[in-house]
Design a protein around this ligand. Structure first.
Ligand code: FBP
Length: 253
């Protein structure tokens, strides 16, 4: 397999993935009249400096047209709803690699709740996905989320470094992970991911655009390639302006 494949979701070594799988993970609670419309979000993905858009298969099937949309598609293959506030979360596959390819995806995403008592089940399922996706030339992105009672602090830098390392060991091309909150500790997380590229999640909407700009500077300084971000983009008053502000840092520093 060629490792260059990851460049399909990067531009000059950096990247911005627009995440839009929240309707599955959280329900429409994250949306307003505009962002509830996947068609509107696809236009943001296409026109807002993004190097990929990530969503579930129904969204892609209805709203992503590979012959019209320029932004590459990462198909999220597993997911869970937020109804069950289980202590030990598990997320299983609802879409396979061939379906992802038929929908025009150039990559697949899969969440592993690192540290959950169901971690092994997800790792086993993910490993099959990873092998098939790589055999078929797709980029593999691990959503590495430490969760469960064995994980008291999901932004602890050792926990995040372990999660990033797990992504590397599982042969991910890229890892989507939370930020520790400071540059020095995040450098260790990035180092632990080795040659796997590190994308940082956005989290709930930050009212102060400045805070996100500041975080963008920090994650790039620490060696991440960029953001895999949702709410802070399509919940922004002006999503194209918000994406431009972040892109100016991600791609130009
Ligand atoms: P945000 O940038 O909005 O935080 O999106 C990142 C993301 O990973 C989404 O892809 C996913 O739906 C959501 O966060 C999961 O959030 P959580 O599991 O923390 O509720």
């Amino acid at each position: 397999m060629t490792r260059d494949i990851v460049n399909r979701i990067l531009r000059n070594g950096r990247g911005m993935i627009l995440a839009y799988d929240h309707g599955f993970e959280h329900g429409p609670v994250d949306f307003d009249e505009k962002s509830v419309d996947p068609g509107w979000v696809m236009e943001i993905a296409d026109n807002g400096n993004f190097t990929a858009v990530a969503c579930q298969k129904g969204i892609a099937s209805y709203y992503y047209d590979p012959s019209r949309h320029r932004v590459p598609l990462i198909l999220k293959l597993n997911g869970k709803t937020s109804f069950h506030k289980e202590e030990e979360p598990i997320s299983l596959q609802n879409c396979d690699v061939d379906e992802a390819i038929s929908l025009g995806a150039i990559g697949v995403g899969y969440t592993i709740y690192v540290g959950s008592e169901h971690e092994q089940t997800m790792i086993q399922e993910f490993s099959k996905v990873e092998r098939e996706a790589h055999e078929k030339g797709l980029v593999v992105v691990g959503w590495m989320y430490p969760r469960g009672k064995h994980v008291p602090n999901d932004i602890d830098h050792d926990v995040l470094a372990y999660s990033a390392r797990l992504a590397l060991e599982l042969n991910c091309d890229a890892v989507k992970i939370k930020y520790t909150g400071d540059v020095e500790s995040f450098k260790w997380v990035v180092k632990s991911a080795g040659k796997a590229k590190v994308f940082v999640v956005g989290g709930p909407r930050t009212e102060m655009a400045l805070q996100l700009v500041d975080t963008a500077q920090q994650i790039i300084e620490a060696g991440a390639v960029g953001f895999a971000i949702g709410r802070n983009m399509w919940q922004a008053k002006d999503p194209l302006e918000a994406s431009k502000q972040i892109a100016d840092i991600v791609f130009k520093t």
